[in-house]
Design a protein around this ligand. Structure first.
Ligand code: PHE
Length: 369
């Protein structure tokens, strides 16, 4: 008897003292769980004589009901106070200022590329892409590089280890191999490349990464080019100049950019030229339209008849021009970064300073202002 009332007051005290659901659950398991103290008493009823059972049964069952009720009441009380605490702590103060949300920034190269693509898209160019790992044929041979041309050599080109067939692939040194991929009708179709094996007339741009073993303030081992290719009837150098002049004025959002065309040599264009932009790089930033420095931003020219032939395009019927623009250098000039290497140094402070917020969607008509 005393056992039962003692157990009851002990359990009542522990239930009252339970500060949270976990503590209360612990008491419940120890009293009413499978091997709990009250469950053991209930189990013992079976072994009693009928008289004993008649006397003890109601008491033990009464104890169980009392404890179960006390636990249920305590549970309700705990739930209520937990809810009160949550309501108090989760109160929304609408007068507080909004918390600033930290967002990443658009890298100047991507921003520049987006602007360039938008301008060429307006002129009716469509997009093509090719692989970063190229074979010798697309990167050099089909582009009319003589077998001993210096650009094939180690100091310029990153060569990969030879494969089983002994073939050495390269990290493409320019985006010009995609000219071949676009023009060659019999080209094997690589998955995911937007344009391949088109018949003329052709008007495409090819943005992408290129690689050369080179590093100084205006050279990095990886950089970005945007190739342009136009193949049509009666295309001449004037079309190339007009396209590049128009692009340059739109890109820099001013007519005051000073550019110059210099004769040059590329194996895959004839005649060939390079274009420079006048700028001042004497201070800590780059200013265009002034100064005595010239920064080369592109190579271009009329597509060499041999290249057309290599792609199965009849040079007597079709002519065209091609150009390769330096994307990162154009970004440097427009946004005033003095050193190209900073572009790829992944320095967060630099990125915060020169990066763009995602809100500033480029508008080819009005630029960013
Ligand atoms: N591929 C050349 C380079 O990387 C640029 C170029 C492209 C020249 C197209 C002529 C025509 O320097």
């Amino acid at each position: 008897m005393t056992d039962l009332s003692q157990l009851q007051s002990e359990l009542a005290a522990r239930i009252a003292a339970a500060g949270d659901m976990t503590a209360l659950e612990q008491v419940r398991v120890e009293a009413l769980g499978k091997s709990g103290s009250i469950s053991a008493l209930l189990g013992g009823l079976g072994k009693m004589s009928p008289e004993e059972r008649r006397e003890q049964g109601p008491k033990i069952n009464g104890l169980r009901d009392a404890v179960a009720t006390a636990i249920a009441q305590k549970k309700a009380a705990l739930e209520a106070s937990e809810l009160d605490a949550r309501l108090a702590s989760e109160r929304v103060d609408l007068s507080l200022p909004a918390r600033p949300e930290r967002k990443g920034r658009v890298h100047p190269t991507l921003q520049t590329l987006d602007e360039m693509i938008a301008i060429f898209a307006e002129m009716g160019f469509s997009l093509a892409e090719g692989p970063d790992i190229e074979d010798d044929f697309h990167n050099f041979t089909a582009l009319n590089f003589p077998p001993k041309h210096p650009a094939r050599e180690m100091h310029d080109t990153f060569w990969l280890a030879p494969d089983e067939a002994g073939e050495r692939k390269v990290l493409r040194t320019h985006t010009s191999p995609v000219q071949i991929r676009v023009m060659q009708g019999s080209n094997e179709k690589l998955p995911g490349w937007i344009a391949n094996g088109q018949a003329p007339p052709i008007r495409v741009i090819v943005p992408g990464r290129v690689y050369r073993s080179d590093s100084d303030a205006t050279h990095t081992p990886m950089f970005h080019q945007l190739e342009g290719l136009v193949i049509d009837r009666a295309i001449h150098m004037g079309h190339l100049k007009w396209t590049l002049d128009t692009f340059t004025r739109r890109f820099f959002e001013t007519d005051s950019v000073v550019t110059r065309f210099r004769p040059h040599h590329f194996p895959f264009t004839e005649p060939s030229a390079e274009m420079d932009v006048q700028c001042d790089r004497s201070g800590g930033s780059v200013k265009i339209g002034q100064g005595s420095d010239w920064l080369e931003i592109l190579g271009g020219g009329m597509v060499h008849p041999k290249v057309l032939e290599n792609c199965g395009v009849d040079p007597d019927e079709w002519q065209g021009f091609a150009f390769g623009l330096g994307v990162d250098r154009l970004g440097m000039l427009k946004y005033g970064m003095p050193d190209l290497r900073d572009m790829f140094a992944a320095d967060l402070r630099w990125l915060e300073h020169y990066g763009f917020t995602a809100f500033q969607a480029p508008n080819p008509a009005t630029g960013l202002s």
